[in-house]
Design a protein around this ligand. Structure first.
Ligand code: SF4
Ligand code: ZN
Length: 313
């Protein structure tokens, strides 16, 4: 973030928004110089606009927020808590998934629990061990066909949906930021998998067997999410997961950051282009019911049950 943080001195330029306070942040893609208060206001404002643009919420939505303990999901939780306060009939419940990564997820879960307590938000935790009978620590130590993250992604998606169903939510909000969205768009293109573009719709869709997924943070760049967390003074987990190994996503992250440095706004352009490519008619592609667990599936047996079967061999 270094080059965008302005040095505080008597000559620091004033905030272009309020015209009063000294700016501490230069936003390269818009040319704005912002003081901390105005910076935070713009992030809240952007999240509210995103929610309105995609009709993400109703006045009485029961929203499950996926809270990992990282900056994005906690920033989202703080902002949604403010919004919920204005809609007495809406409700917010935090749901966390314990993948079973010792020394990493347990610390994050403590941070998540502490944040929920401070905000007076109900919080539930569901674990891979309880749901699928296996932890990521165990999977990481096994002979296996795929990367750890490939298993983790399939399980987490299912676990979050189950957690949202358990608390009877009608929305499942996740903290995906602009960088995540732009990276996913590039990944889908590089893997030649355009069928996955349906999952990019930030407003989600009503699909049988799924709680509607929404991504209200999708237009907040990662560095601004980090700055928002620091300026809001909440604790969040900074340690990366020890199993993070998605080589292709890391390559794309580096490439996008270099492009953004040279041409500010690149990530927004990629994200907006991807949204234009997202089919209007949404489908999960999961038209069957798994014969083992009864969840939505593309074939006779769902991906989760196939993985459990593979790991038990
Ligand atoms: Fe799971 Fe990979 Fe994320 Fe670790 S980095 S929590 S293994 S998806
Ligand atoms: Zn199944």
């Amino acid at each position: 973030m270094g080059d965008s943080i302005e040095k505080m001195s008597n000559t620091a330029p004033t905030c272009t928004r309020c015209g009063e306070r000294q700016s501490t942040y230069f936003r390269p893609y818009s040319g704005e110089r912002l003081c901390p208060r105005c910076f935070k206001d713009t992030i809240r404002g952007r999240v509210e606009k995103t929610i309105a643009r995609y009709n993400m919420l109703e006045y009485d939505s029961r929203i499950a927020v996926g809270v990992s303990g990282g900056k994005d999901s906690l920033g989202l939780l703080h902002i949604l808590k403010e919004i919920e306060g204005r809609f007495p009939k809406s409700e917010l419940i935090a749901v966390s998934i314990d993948e079973g990564v010792k020394g990493y997820r347990d610390e994050a879960l403590n941070i998540a629990a502490e944040a929920c307590k401070g905000l007076d938000v109900e919080h539930i935790v569901m674990s891979f061990q309880d749901l699928f009978g296996v932890s990521m620590d165990k999977i990481a130590g096994m002979d296996r066909e795929l990367s750890t993250c490939a298993y983790c992604g399939v399980f987490r998606r299912r676990a979050l949906n189950m957690a949202a169903q358990r608390v009877e939510a009608d929305r499942l909000a996740t903290g995906h930021n602009l960088d995540d969205m732009a990276q996913t768009a590039m990944l889908n293109i590089l893997r030649g998998d355009l069928s996955r573009f349906y999952m990019m719709n930030p407003g989600g869709s009503e699909l049988p067997g799924f709680v509607r997924r929404i991504k209200p943070f999708c237009e907040v760049p990662e560095r601004e999410s980090t700055l928002f967390a620091y300026l809001s003074s909440f604790r969040f987990q900074e340690l990366p997961c020890p199993y993070a190994e998605e080589a292709m996503r890391n390559d794309i992250r580096g490439f996008l950051n270099r492009m953004e440095g040279k041409r500010p706004g690149t990530k927004f352009i990629i994200y907006r282009t991807a949204i234009k490519m997202t089919p209007e008619e949404q489908t999960s592609g999961l038209v069957n019911t798994c014969s083992v667990c009864g969840e939505p599936s593309s074939g006779k047996i769902c991906r989760v049950c196939q993985i459990i079967e593979e790991l038990s061999r």
